[in-house]
Design a protein around this ligand. Structure first.
Ligand code: ATP
Ligand code: MG
Length: 249
């Protein structure tokens, strides 16, 4: 298994199988991310979602199942600092697409917390907003692709972030786990055990590719929910020269 060596370095590897999600008998020592059942856990799935696609949804569902999360809240970014040099579709469109994509899953919600915030969106601010809202008892799990976690973990607030929430990093096609291992020595010792890796079905879907496909009149069917596809076509998103779409850059 690709992540086995990371386990020795105190980053846990959870594989999405049914067995792993069963209740653990009391006599078996559990790892720290399996707390008493009374403690509720909430997943936070951050992203630009320009547009949201099945890669995001599969990852969120895998994390929800594997870590027994009560819900996963999708948080479309306002002005992502790492994408400030790129055009990003207006936040309201991205929000509406996320709502449409998640409507059929009662455990999924969409939050406007980053969209409503002025200025750039930083993960620490979002996590603190969730902490204030849900209180100190709830365990927060920030879900990302394993590529995105590398960026997050090299930020200056990493100690504070790991203090407030766990991270679930989903492996993504093309991502090499040893890159995370290289970042690992830079992480605060006391927070390392709060980073968990999960394997999700290998979906080589990206929003960049979907935008490119729309622009070049190629099909996007089966890459994202039908409701999102309809929204893209009805609103004329991602077409060449579509004006007023890239509201935040
Ligand atoms: P873009 O191509 O515009 O960067 P994206 O497809 O990477 O878009 P984002 O909104 O940037 O989507 O990603 C949100 C989160 O979802 C990130 O943590 C990212 O790593 C993760 N993610 C994106 N695509 C996938 C996928 N196919 N499988 C698993 N995780 C994914
Ligand atoms: Mg991305």
């Amino acid at each position: 298994m690709p992540g086995t060596s990371l386990k020795d370095e105190s980053i846990s590897m959870a594989v999405c199988d049914r067995e792993a999600a069963q209740p653990v008998p009391a006599e078996i020592p559990t790892s720290d991310f399996r707390p008493p059942a009374a403690v509720s856990r909430v997943g936070i799935m951050g992203g630009t979602f320009d547009p949201i696609h099945f890669g995001h949804l599969v990852t969120a569902e895998a994390a929800r199942w594997e870590f027994a999360l009560a819900k996963v809240v999708f948080v479309p970014s306002g002005r992502p600092p790492h994408k400030k040099d790129y055009p990003v579709t207006d936040a309201e469109h991205r929000y509406q697409m996320a709502v449409a994509a998640t409507a059929s899953n009662p455990a999924f919600e969409v939050s406007k917390v980053e969209i409503d915030r002025e200025g750039y969106s930083y993960t620490i601010d979002t996590v603190l907003a969730f902490r204030r809202f849900y209180g100190p008892e709830v365990q927060l799990f920030f879900i990302t692709g394993a590529d995105a976690i590398l960026e997050i973990l090299t930020w200056k607030d990493v100690g504070r972030l790991l203090n407030e929430c766990h991270f679930i990093a989903a492996t993504r096609p093309g991502f090499q786990l040893n890159r995370l291992q290289e970042t690992h020595p830079m992480l605060p010792v006391e927070g390392r055990h709060r980073i968990h890796l999960i394997e999700v079905p290998a979906l080589a879907i990206s929003s960049t590719d979907i935008r490119w496909r729309v622009q070049h009149k190629k099909p996007i069917k089966y890459l994202l929910p039908e409701a999102v596809e309809d929204y893209i076509h009805c609103q004329g998103l991602y077409r060449p020269h579509s004006r007023g779409v890239y509201g935040k850059g």
